[in-house]
Design a protein around this ligand. Structure first.
Ligand SMILES: Nc1ncnc2c1ncn2[C@@H]1O[C@H](COP(=O)(O)OP(=O)(O)OP(=O)(O)O)[C@@H](O)[C@H]1O
Ligand SMILES: [Mg+2]
Length: 427
C-alpha cells in the first residue's frame, strides 16, 4: 500500500514542484545547464515515488559506462539529501537501489540491449523510466523503452527525458516540438508534457561561480544552448571527418574466408590523458592508428570527475597495461604519480600553436569512434571554432568540452610530428 511522505516543500525548486506528480506518459524536461533537471527528476521525484511505494524506476543513459558518474550518483545524492539513507540499500556494483518497501531503482545503458530487455524489479513491474541526456539516444531506442512500459499497474506509467537542446535537427525536436512555442516555458498535449528551465530557475541552489560561468559565456552557440536553454544550431564545427561504429562486433576477412574481429587486428595503440578533477573531468583515450589509411580508431575512453591520481592510475593501468600514455604536461606531479604506479606516462610537448597544429593534422585523418565511447562522440560533435559577438569565425577553438580531444592530440603527437620516439619526459 503506497504511503505518503510529508516533505518540506522548500526543498523543491519552485519551477518543478508542480511536476512532482505529473502523470503524463511522455515527459520532457529540457533547457540550459545547471537548471536543476537531474536533481529534481532523479534525486527527488524518483526517490520519493519509490519510497512511497508502487513505483519501480529504470534510469538509463545511452552508454552503460556513463551511468554511474551521472544518474546513479544523482539518485544516491538525492537519497542522502532527503535523509532517507536508512530506508534504501545501495548496491554499488550492480547499480541496484532497493527501498525497504521492496520497490527499486534500476540502472542500465542502452548499449546493454539484453539487460535492458530483461531487467525486472524484485516486486511488480517497471513503472517509470528516466532517460538522462536523451539527445544521445535514437528514436528507435526510445520506442523500445516505451514497450517496456506496456501492461497494467496501479500507478501511471511515465517515460521522462532530460537533456540540453544541443541540435535543432535532432529527432526529439522533430517528433515532440512541432507545436512548441518559445514564448512559453511549458507545453502539453495528449502526446507529451514539456518543461523548459534555465539556471535562472535554479538560482537558489547555485554558487556564484556556477552562475558567472553561464552568464559570462560569449560564444553564441554555447550561450544559446547552455545559458538560455534554446535548441542550438551548430555552425563552424571543427571535425566532420568522424563516424561512429560498433568496433567490437565488426568482422573483417583476412583471406581464405577467415573472419576475425576488426579490433583483434589492432596492434598500434596510442594513449592520451588530459588531467582534470572537479569541473573538468580527467579524460583518457585509447586508439589504434592505421597509418596506411590515415585512420584513427578510438576504442576506449575513461571520463570521470573527482578522481584522485591513485584511482585514475588504477583505471589507466587496467586499460593500457604496459603501453605508453602521453599526458598533459602542465601537471608533472600527476605524471610522476602515475609513473610511480608503474605506468609509462610521459608529458606532451606544448608549443606555440600546438592546438591548431594538432587540429589541422586530425582534420586530415579519418576518425572512427567506437559506439561505447559516448563522451568522445559528444566532444567531437560539439567542438567548434569561436565566434565573435558579431558572428565572425575566429581560428581559435572554443575552450570547452575538449578534454578527450586534447587527449587525442597528445596521444597522436609523435605521429603528427613524424617522430618515432614517444613524447619527452615532463621533467
Ligand atoms: N532542490 C535542490 N536542492 C539542492 N540543490 C539543488 C536542487 N536543485 C538543484 N540543485 C543543485 O543545482 C545544481 C544543478 O542541478 P542539476 O545538476 O540537477 O542541473 P541540470 O539541469 O541537470 O544541469 P545539466 O543540464 O548541466 O545536466 C546541482 O549542484 C544540484 O545539486
Ligand atoms: Mg543534468
Amino acid at each position: 500500500m503506497p504511503v505518503v511522505l510529508h516533505v518540506d516543500k522548500r526543498i523543491f525548486n519552485e519551477a518543478y514542484y508542480p511536476h512532482l506528480h505529473n502523470n503524463a506518459r511522455v515527459q520532457i524536461y529540457f533547457g540550459g545547464s545547471s537548471s536543476g533537471k537531474s536533481f529534481f527528476i532523479a534525486g527527488q521525484r524518483a526517490v520519493l515515488d519509490v519510497a512511497e511505494g508502487g513505483h519501480n524506476y529504470l534510469c538509463v543513459r545511452n552508454v552503460k559506462n556513463t551511468v554511474k558518474t551521472s544518474i546513479f550518483n544523482e539518485v544516491c545524492k538525492g537519497i542522502t539529501a532527503l535523509k532517507l539513507d536508512k530506508h534504501f540499500k545501495i548496491n554499488q556494483s550492480d547499480f541496484v537501489i532497493t527501498c525497504a518497501n521492496g520497490y527499486q531503482i534500476l540502472f542500465g545503458g542502452l548499449d546493454d540491449v539484453q539487460k535492458i530487455k530483461s531487467i525486472t524489479p524484485a516486486k511488480g513491474v517497471i513503472t517509470n523510466i528516466i532517460v538522462e541526456e536523451a539527445t544521445e539516444t535514437t528514436e528507435d531506442d526510445i520506442k523500445q523503452l516505451q514497450r517496456r512500459l506496456r501492461g497494467r499497474s496501479q500507478v501511471a506509467k511515465t517515460l521522462t527525458m532530460l537533456f540540453n537542446p544541443i541540435l535543432q535537427d535532432h529527432w526529439i525536436c522533430r517528433v515532440y516540438f512541432t507545436n512548441w512555442d518559445d514564448s512559453s516555458n511549458y507545453y502539453n498535449d495528449s502526446k507529451v508534457s514539456i518543461l523548459k528551465t534555465t539556471y535562472l530557475d535554479n538560482l537558489r541552489f547555485l554558487e556564484p561561480d556556477d552562475i558567472a560561468l553561464l552568464e559570462d559565456e560569449t560564444d553564441p552557440y554555447y550561450r544559446n544552448v547552455y545559458t538560455l536553454g534554446n535548441w542550438g544550431v551548430l555552425g563552424n564545427v571543427i571535425f566532420k571527418n568522424w563516424e561512429v561504429r560498433d568496433l567490437r562486433s565488426e568482422m573483417i576477412d583476412i583471406g581464405n574466408g577467415t573472419q576475425v574481429s576488426l579490433i583483434s587486428t589492432f596492434d598500434k595503440y596510442k594513449n592520451g590523458l588530459d588531467f582534470g578533477f572537479s569541473s573538468d573531468p580527467a579524460a583518457v583515450v585509447r586508439m589504434h592508428y592505421d597509418k596506411n589509411h590515415k585512420t584513427i580508431y578510438i576504442t576506449d575512453e575513461i571520463y570521470m570527475r573527482e578522481m584522485t591520481n591513485d584511482v585514475l592510475g588504477k583505471e589507466v593501468k587496467e586499460l593500457i597495461g604496459g603501453e605508453y600514455i602521453t599526458c598533459d604536461s602542465a601537471e608533472p606531479k600527476s605524471i610522476r604519480d602515475l609513473q610511480v604506479m608503474g605506468i609509462r606516462a610521459l608529458g606532451a610537448r606544448k608549443g606555440k600553436d600546438s592546438v591548431n597544429f594538432g587540429i589541422d593534422w586530425l582534420q586530415r585523418q579519418k576518425i572512427v569512434i567506437d559506439t561505447h565511447c559516448q563522451n568522445t562522440k559528444n566532444e567531437f560533435q560539439q567542438y567548434k571554432w569561436k565566434e565573435s559577438a558579431d558572428g565572425m569565425v575566429l581560428k581559435v577553438p572554443v575552450d570547452k568540452n575538449n578534454h578527450i580531444l586534447d587527449a587525442v592530440r597528445y596521444a597522436m603527437q609523435d605521429e603528427m610530428e613524424g617522430r618515432r620516439i614517444t613524447a619527452e619526459k615532463a621533467f
